[in-house]
Design a protein around this ligand. Sequence first.
Ligand SMILES: C[S@@+](CC[C@H](N)C(=O)[O-])C[C@H]1O[C@@H](n2cnc3c(N)ncnc32)[C@H](O)[C@@H]1O
Ligand SMILES: [Zn+2]
Length: 275
Amino acid sequence: MQPFFPVCPVCGAMLQKTGASLRCERGHSFDFAKEGYVNLLTGNHKPGDKTGDSREMARARRAFLEKGYYRPLADALADMICTEQKENPAVLDICCGEGYYSEQISRALPCRLLGFDLSKEMVRLAAKRKLDALFFVANLAAVPLPDNSVDVALHLFAPFHEETFARLMKDDGVLLSVVPGKRHLFELKEAVYDTPYENDEQLPQTTLLTLTGTKKVSTKIRLDTPEDIRALFAMTPYAHRTNKEGLERLEQLETLETTIEFVIGIYKKSTVVSR
Ligand SMILES: C[S@@+](CC[C@H](N)C(=O)[O-])C[C@H]1O[C@@H](n2cnc3c(N)ncnc32)[C@H](O)[C@@H]1O
Ligand SMILES: [Zn+2]
């Protein structure tokens, strides 16, 4: 069976766990942090490069997702993975954030799970979940994993990188990519903006992968506390582009009923992969 474990980000050799580090045969070594994750970003990642989401964003995400508001999405993903009927699949949570979906999937079905994100803060929180999974810090553009090793790639609300996905997926692997639906959080936007707009609901375009189907998950949720409303807002892109008046309106919300809507794109590897 193809190993499903990170490779050395410096030389590409296999990594072995030795004591509190991962080590390759050439002596490159990566220590586990006390929370149990490992940083596999290489020196190619220069200071000033993007480092993924901040600690504040990671905390808001954790606070909100932990309440289970997006559980319908996690359940739909678990069902779709089960439909694939792969025994003990190798699941990769791409840009895993603070690990909410990793945890839901690993509870729902037996699988071998890895998750990575560029943000150390996110990966730290994911590792603190103490799942039977390895979380590591890495950049989407250079994921230190073997080619053709992933049965199911999960990709939620994150940048798309078709070369990486096509390289990592097994020939019969599947990528489940999630984008916000048209009406996602529309009532939240109505409460904050004068002229709210619908999302464009555009799934990623790619030639290396073929979109073989879509599934929509749509429901309403009720947020009962201002803290939950603020945590939700803080993890959206609107947090950085809302003016003072909008933020004041947000502050006044005590409860909120809003639509949540997601589109899951199901991608398989295109038959002819040109690399
Ligand atoms: C909106 S969050 C989604 C997180 C998670 N998938 C979820 O749904 O909870 C986007 C994530 O992508 C990560 N990210 C952004 N650019 C990245 C890159 N180049 N490589 C790896 N992760 C990246 C961010 O750090 C952040 O955790
Ligand atoms: Zn090495």
